[in-house]
Design a binder for this molecule. Structure first.
Ligand code: FA5
Length: 346
């Protein structure tokens, strides 16, 4: 009995010493001191010993139990401390390392330009209206003085949807929708997407326009000229020359196209360093918007009396303005989502 006690002590103390986890320590404790543990069984066997040996052996067994309990407890403290230290080492955060900077997006150049246009017109007292991208024939054409079979319909190659509806080819239908629901005085701009069957370096099947119109008792062509000249000089340069040329739109009379002096070659026509200017094609001028006095026929469609009200309207291509402002010579760059292009506007 005493021999087996000695070898049990040696074995258990060695195993406790080598144990490396809480689970392992618990396993040793159960094996030695659990209900069916080796030491427990020895303690139970005491009663079978001759009575004169019992006190001595009992004393030794109890001493061993106490020793094992103490060592197990000590080992548990050490293992826990080691684990904590290991976890702290592994979880160490070096706060001096440079962080991973999240990439932040920025506003698309077309949105920048639309916002700037809106800002300038707001400063002149214009309010903003919107209309549907899917239009009916009446608002996109008929009420703008473009009857069916009118050759002016060919000016804008149209995408038709079902039920005779179409993707609006310009923002002018919002003129009609606004005048149908409201009375003058009106001073409104309409930014929005428009669609045409067009696709090359200067034409996109989806592009943006900003429509503008002013209607009141006594609006004259000089008002149109003043508003647009102010807008163009704010948008480009105080010194930029502005030119009004006679033109034709079915919904305005008289009509004009407005040119601005080329911002790339400063109206010289000869490109920077004596080369031909690609943007204005050597003319020194760039067409930037269409405009005119609202045709009396249009007023009749919306129930206004052309004898009592007059007004002007204009429509500009946003991409065209952005191309001029930033010196971009291919409209498709705006829609290709090439980050190298877009980042330049951050
Ligand atoms: C119109 O769309 C008229 N509604 C403008 C207007 C409004 C005139 C009110 C009078 C009164 P136009 O088809 O010219 O007009 O288009 C206006 C501008 O849109 C053009 O000057 C051009 O800058 C731009 N544009 C036209 N087609 C495209 C296209 N496919 N891609 C990009 N821009 C275009």
């Amino acid at each position: 009995m005493i021999d087996s006690l000695d070898s049990l002590r040696e074995e258990m103390l060695a195993r406790i010493e080598q144990s490396g986890s809480e689970a392992e320590i618990e396993q040793i404790r159960v094996e030695a001191l659990g209900r069916k543990g080796r030491l427990t069984l020895l303690l139970r066997g005491l009663k079978d010993l001759p009575s004169d040996e019992r006190p001595r052996v009992g004393e030794q067994l109890n001493a061993l139990r106490q020793l094992l309990e103490t060592r197990l407890q000590d080992r548990l403290q050490i293992v826990k401390a080691q684990q904590k230290e290991k976890a702290l080492r592994e979880e160490f955060i070096d706060v001096t390392l440079p962080g991973n900077r999240g990439e932040s997006g920025h506003i698309h150049p077309l949105t920048l330009v639309i916002d700037e246009i809106i800002d300038i017109f707001r400063g002149m007292g214009f309010e903003i209206a919107r209309g549907p991208d899917i239009e009916d024939d009446y608002h996109n054409f008929e009420a703008l003085n473009i009857p069916k079979d009118h050759p002016a319909r060919d000016m804008q190659d149209t995408f038709f949807v079902s039920d005779g509806r179409l993707l609006r080819t310009h923002t002018s239908p919002v003129q009609i929708r606004t005048m149908e629901s409201r009375k003058p005085p009106l001073q409104v701009i309409v930014p929005g997407a428009v669609y045409r069957h067009d696709d090359d370096a200067t034409h996109s099947p989806m592009f943006h326009q900003v429509e503008g119109f002013m209607v009141d008792g006594n609006i004259a062509f000089s008002d149109l000229k003043g508003v647009l000249t102010h807008f163009l000089q704010r948008m480009f340069s105080e010194k930029a020359g502005v030119r009004f040329r006679p033109s034709f739109f079915p919904f305005t009379e008289p009509s004009a196209e407005i040119d601005i002096q080329c911002v790339i070659c400063s109206g010289d026509g000869q490109a920077i360093q004596q080369r031909y200017c690609r943007v204005c094609k050597g003319s020194g001028w760039l067409e930037i918007l269409g405009a005119g006095m609202i045709d009396p026929g249009v007023f009749k469609f919306v129930g206004y009396d052309p004898e009592r009200v007059s007004g002007f309207a204009f429509g500009m291509g946003v991409e065209r303005i952005a191309m001029l402002k930033y010196g971009i010579d291919d409209i498709r760059l705006f829609f290709q989502n090439d980050l190298r292009f877009l980042r330049q506007f951050g």
